[in-house]
Design a protein around this ligand. Sequence first.
Ligand code: GLU
Length: 505
Amino acid sequence: MADRKVRVRFAPSPTGPLHIGGVRTALYNYFFAKQHGGDFIFRIEDTDSNRFVEGAEEYILESFRWLGVKFDEGVSFGGNHGPYRQSERRDIYKKYVKVLLENDKAYIAFDSPEELDKKRAEIDNFQYDASTRLQMRNSLSMSAEEVQALIDAGHQYVVRFKVEPGEKVVVNDLIRGLVTIDSSILDDKVLYKSADELPTYHLANIVDDHLMEVTHVIRGEEWLPSAPLHVLLYRAFGWDDTMPQFAHLSLLLKPEGNGKLSKRDGDRLGFPVFPLEWHDPKSGALSSGFRESGYLPEAVINFLALLGWNPGDDVELMSMEQLIEKFDLAKCSKAGARFDYKKMIWFNHEYILQKSDREIAEKFLPIVEAHGVKAELSYLEKIVSLMKGRVNFVHELWDACSFYFIAPVEYDEKTAKKRWKENSARQMTELADLLEGLEDFSIENQDHAVHAWIEEKGYGMGEIMNAFRLALVGEGKGPQMFDISGLIGKEETLARLRRAVSVLA
Ligand code: GLU
């Protein structure tokens, strides 16, 4: 066991868009695999055809492509343990169902849903288990001939796991420690259904983890109740020696109040809970995604990594390499992790700052173009370098700096009242004349010339700069004045100054 190569898997069911909790589960598996030089497998658990949703598998793959998380094998990646889609593994599961039946670890049951309902009405808290199974219609209560006759006559059946009562079941969880239960509380779970010739989640999951040589099962807390049954299944197959180690991650909690994070929290507070936008094929409803909302994949990864785990130091910003190096299952918390979406926004801001101006400019370009403006990337790069510290999302740059592209058509009334004084028109005309005379329109030279002029005339620095800003921006915001005039250029600066003089007078 000790020298087995680390192999972990992410095994979603294609029932809809991948929830952000699922993304975190996948990330933790990824960090763990990479840290140990192991393999990360992508398996599709699609044995429940009723819950299958068209497009979900491709959506999940696209989400990880966007995040930059790579699988080593699995659906669409290939590998030696395929097929990796459970619906393509029918024959494999049938073989293992047979093994359990032959070894008296499972049995065939014919009870119809109506019969089960009747039993439930008869017996309080009815559970299909050692205490009731002999009252039911199955291969334990019926003769072998009767069973065969029913099967030959085409009756549908299920295969149930025969849980022996009174056994101690221990789940050794890397996050939660030892979880011990008495097998008597478990029911005889359905493992296989003849109707669709498919196993249920439990059987397929165990058989695949075994055959795919999975060493660690890292998954969400919602699967913890299934773990004792899974341990018993490994035992029933005689696979105890290679049973994976379990680690059940804590829940993601609402940003405020109690309970688990839901899509409704996101809708109410304005953040996505899915990696990508999702168009529901049935209802047509549209759910927002992190990608389309302007989050950078690095920010999403860093934020999610710290939901339920922390490296124990105060470092928050970590690259993928650092996360892989530092990640530690033993430091994952048992308690739920609050989904602090404001922190997520902070991460996005930090990653915008970390990225090169060029990269942000490239992301900003289509936004600028969508406003009908043609601009050079090198021009955007300069603007980005001045402005990126002021935004949390790239798309916010437009509102913060549209004056770099479009001259003000009107002047904010409040600002004009406060900043455009009696002398402003005369002063701005003088300023325009002064700037017009400058051969060298560099930021430094303008700065130098304008300061000298202000001093010579005895003007107030504030009154000049405020009126200048109003003329160029149309309101009271923006960076340092010469960072504006320098970038928009002499001609545009003069035009804006003269227009302000004529409009505001
Ligand atoms: N198919 C399960 C899911 O959708 C996988 C659970 C597991 O990892 O064992 O999450």
